[in-house]
Design a protein around this ligand. Structure first.
Ligand SMILES: *Cc1c(COP(=O)(O)O)cnc(C)c1O
Length: 393
């Protein structure tokens, strides 16, 4: 059977279709740091790349490889690189394409640490970064410099839900020979295929939708072409932000139900967003599944579904937000997202608290902004929980 051609859910369940030699239905956890060579010659061949045998778990491991190959298949890429965390994936990409004197264009409301690492550590190493609203294509063109080495997108962005046009931006970047990387964490491969839309690299925090059960931290990068794959893998190995076999095993297990989890959470999310939008205390709700989202049409064009993330403001600002968060009972007051449980958080004081006040304002991360990650509970229960908490404001 050609697994390249099978449907999305079949790919999730069966992956590349590789069979375990002992018949195990799932890929076992190869909890080992190192692998014994058959002979001195075999060891030399493994190191020179003439044999594909395993050497050392930081370099490669069968449990991790099964996950990497499966996600690469789902993203239509050449190969996947598992990392210790989503930030391990982000920094591996930065370290591969950026160096002293180079420049990156990124979105102003990217995941907080993806921005902070550029503004602190990489700045110390001479990397220059420009953060813009990447939905503004003219601004994007103006922001590209002679030394721009990477365009980094997150769409929908965290937490403002701003959508960037991956095809249009990739066309602009490629005219100048600049690679495009997309953080696809909010959509997962089920809802958006950045490589098919023109991007060169896609990455995920697997902590979120891919694993989906809030029990591991992990990341993955998928490159469209072999050259990028090799360069990225080499950085990951040398920098040492590899995944652990047990982590890979849990992520592979969580991944099997990705589509049915997202279908269910998304169905709930549409109900919750439609209800919240009509609530008198809620303003500026942003959800790509509602026509009120400023880029509703673009979202429909490049995403196969609007996802399970909502951001909104309360008319009472920060105090109202705190009251809401202190009065939910079903939703957990927690950062992270994309799990089976509904989570609520306050970006300005939590995920984006390390950003400067000016950067937050410019990126639309106001003090009254609340982010919801909708889970797979009953939609009626999620609504009742929010209704009760909103009544306390
Ligand atoms: C969580 C997250 C990350 C970082 O992932 P970790 O697994 O926490 O390191 C990166 N990008 C986005 C969009 C995220 O939500």
């Amino acid at each position: 059977m050609d697994h390249q051609k099978s449907g999305f859910n079949s790919k999730l369940v069966h992956g590349t279709g590789s069979k375990d030699p002992l018949g195990s239905a799932v890929t076992p956890i190869y909890q080992t740091s190192t692998f014994a060579f058959e002979s001195a010659d075999h060891g030399a061949q493994c190191f020179s790349g003439k044999s594909s045998g395993y050497i050392y778990t930081r370099i490669g491991n069968p449990t991790i490889e099964d996950l990497e190959k499966t996600v690469a298949l789902l993203e239509n890429g050449f190969g996947g690189i598992g990392t210790s965390s989503g930030m391990g994936a982000v920094t591996t990409v930065y370290m591969t394409y950026l160096g002293a004197g180079s420049h990156i264009v990124s979105h102003e409301a990217v995941y907080g640490p993806s921005r902070v690492v550029l503004e602190t550590i990489l700045k110390r190493f001479g990397v220059e970064a420009t953060f813009i609203d990447t939905s503004d294509l003219d601004l994007l063109k103006e922001s590209i410099q002679a030394n721009t080495k990477l365009i980094y997108l997150e769409t929908p962005a965290n937490p403002t839900m701003t959508i960037a046009d991956i095809s249009a931006i990739s066309a602009i970047a490629h005219e100048k020979g600049i690679p495009v990387c997309v953080d696809n964490t909010f959509c997962s491969p089920y809802l958006q295929s950045p490589l098919d839309l023109g991007a060169d690299i896609v990455l995920h925090s697997m902590t979120k939708f891919i694993n989906g059960h809030a029990d591991i931290v992990g990341g993955i990068i998928v490159a469209k072409r072999e050259v990028d794959y090799k360069a990225l893998r080499s950085t990951m190995i040398i920098m040492g932000c590899n995944m652990d076999p047990h982590q890979a095993y849990l992520a592979r297990r969580g991944l099997k139900t990705l589509a049915i989890r997202i279908d269910r959470a998304q169905e709930n999310c549409i109900k919750v967003a439609s209800w919240l939008e009509k609530h008198p205390k809620v303003t500026k709700l942003k959800y790509p599944g509602l026509p009120s989202h400023p880029q509703y049409e673009l979202g429909k064009k490049q995403m196969r579904g609007p996802g399970a993330m909502i951001s909104f403001e309360l008319s009472g600002g920060l105090e109202a937000g705190k009251t809401l968060m202190n009065n939910v009972h079903l939703a957990l007051l927690a950062v992270s997202l994309g799990g089976i449980e509904t989570l609520i958080q306050h970006p300005a004081s939590m995920t984006h608290s390390k950003m400067s006040k000016e950067s937050k304002e410019k990126a639309g991360i106001t003090d009254g902004l609340v982010r919801l990650s909708i889970g797979i509970e009953e939609a009626e229960d999620i609504i009742a929980d929010l209704d009760h908490a909103l009544s306390r404001i």
